[in-house]
Design a protein around this ligand. Structure first.
Ligand SMILES: C[S@@+](CC[C@H](N)C(=O)[O-])C[C@H]1O[C@@H](n2cnc3c(N)ncnc32)[C@H](O)[C@@H]1O
Length: 246
């Protein structure tokens, strides 16, 4: 490809911004373009890190790593996320940028449901197995689909109202959770029309987490007891966590 034919992500981003600003742009096209703009942003961050680490593996060998921690930092953990703030900006769908058998502990919560299943999820779990030392462990927390489904079928009740209050009261969708199934939909899909939230792409329960880590070769997968010294306290309610040992 000649230099002039190289794709320009900056130009693409500008064009998308212009189309989104046009009031004539249809709702459907705007949704798709917002998602594309988001991917371009992730691509830019990832590309910059990939230039620095062309092998796809960084030189540093952190012992403890948090994936997709967002603004929630854990003392002593190296943070990898697709967007700032993080110690390394990396799109985990492209692999885990760490050396083989180098990590003692990986932690993630409310991350897995944001990457596509099966391609990226199964690749991530295999990659986690590759980078962990023998005896190392990976702790994973996700919104508990079994919990979300436990009130369905049935009318909205006190427990479902608590779920709405705890998870969604600050969102535009509050008035649109009109039935129990609306609540299930929101938990399984999240809110793909609101730029502040990235949609959920797959739902998990304890059984599915055990299956995923077992398939990737982990020796044992157990429930993880919530530890607020590591986990984000706001995730305690309605989440399921497991710890898998290599
Ligand atoms: C819902 S937030 C959870 C943040 C934090 N773990 C917590 O519980 O408060 C999901 C996080 O996963 C990150 N994330 C989503 N997709 C990612 C990807 N492909 N690679 C790396 N990080 C990703 C997001 O940037 C965000 O920080």
């Amino acid at each position: 490809m000649s230099h002039s034919a190289m794709p320009s992500f900056d130009l693409l981003h500008k064009q998308i911004t212009a189309v989104l600003a046009d009031p004539a742009t249809t709702h459907g096209l705007a949704r798709t373009l917002r998602a594309a703009a988001r991917e371009i942003e992730l691509h830019r961050y990832h590309r910059a890190s990939r230039r620095a680490w062309s092998s796809g593996r960084i030189d540093a060998q952190p012992s403890k790593v948090q994936i997709g921690g967002g603004a929630h930092r854990i003392d002593g953990f190296f943070n990898i996320d697709a967007v700032p703030p993080a110690d390394l900006l990396w799109d985990i769908r492209e692999g885990v940028p760490l050396q083989n058998n180098s990590v003692t502990e990986i932690f993630s919560e409310h991350f897995l449901e944001h990457i596509d299943y099966p391609h990226s999820v199964k690749n991530y779990v295999r990659e986690a197995h590759r980078v962990l030392l023998q005896g190392g462990r990976i702790i994973t927390g996700v919104p508990d689909a079994a919990f979300a489904l436990s009130r369905y079928p049935g009318p909205l009740d006190a427990a479902s109202n608590e779920m709405i209050e705890r998870w969604y009261a600050k969102r535009d969708c509050y008035g649109d959770i009109n039935t129990q199934l609306d609540l299930v939909n929101l938990v399984l899909r999240d809110q793909d029309d609101d730029l502040k939230y990235t949609p959920h792409l797959w739902a998990y329960d304890h059984e599915k987490l055990v299956q995923l880590f077992t398939e990737a070769g982990f020796a044992g997968v157990e429930p993880w007891t919530f530890d607020p010294a590591m986990a984000n306290p706001k995730r305690r309610w309605g989440s399921v966590y497991v710890v898998a040992m290599k």
